[in-house]
Ligand binder design. Sequence first.
Ligand code: ZN
Length: 312
Amino acid sequence: MAESIKGLHHITAVSGPPQENFNFYRNKLGLRFIKKTINFDDPFTYHLYYGNHHAEPGSAITFFPWQHVVDGQPNKGEATAVQYAVPGGSLEYWQKRFKKKGIETGEIYTRFGFEHLPLTDNDGMKIEIVADADVNDKETVGYGGVDDKHAIRGFFGTTLSLPDIGRTGELLTEMGWKSEGNEHGLSRYSSEPDSRLGRYVDLKAEPNLNGRFGRGSIHHIAFRVPDDKAQAEWSEKIRKMGFQVTPVKNRDYFRSIYFREAGGVLFEIATDIPGFDVDEPFEQLGESLKLPSWYEKHRDEIEARLPKLKTD
Ligand code: ZN
């Protein structure tokens, strides 16, 4: 039997212009810029990755900055919020920091016993900073002037907006996640990740949420498996459950399979291996444009057509 799926691996969204995206995630949220590459299916669009200092699975948010895209509005069948874990007692620091940076935040509120500080990113995507004492002793480095002590450790979880939550809940249970009950119209599922990161998924029934996909929308969420063997077992298992699973795609930093779950959200299962330091040293992550080998011969043209992005 396949081992349970342990937490989120990455979350991928659509952003507006790349420089503004960088300024928000690296300079304001203080994440490390861990990879500058391209959309493997659309080489004149960047694919930008931000994570914790260690570039761990469970911390990576990735963006396709599409220059000309309509503004997105939250829609059912999508992940509609990203939650980041910071150490317990850090929310006051973040409130002050956001105020100083001119970023509006909502009121702090409690959900399943955790304090959340809600805000939106520069493209309108919902983010929540969550005080999570379980990550207190997990070390990282804050970028963009963020104090290491209060820096984002990685994902806390995500919220899925769904026409109804039943079948998605069943799938998460099959994936080895546990129901944590219901609160405020949310049904929470938890996993037991090795890293403590990305271990909650909240399901919200929102049958009347009719938005549209665009800038600020989350394209898919990826779950973690350690390696190709575990991924192959899950591919088989999910196929047997009646889902259409794609063949394995090589994303250079991980290998992926995708399927659309019953509520409409695109799920990916990604391997922890080989990791983000497979094509550049750990110390230099994000410093140069990385291309998959088959695009190397077009590097000059790709570099000329990509928008300028200042990352130092
Ligand atoms: Zn992905």
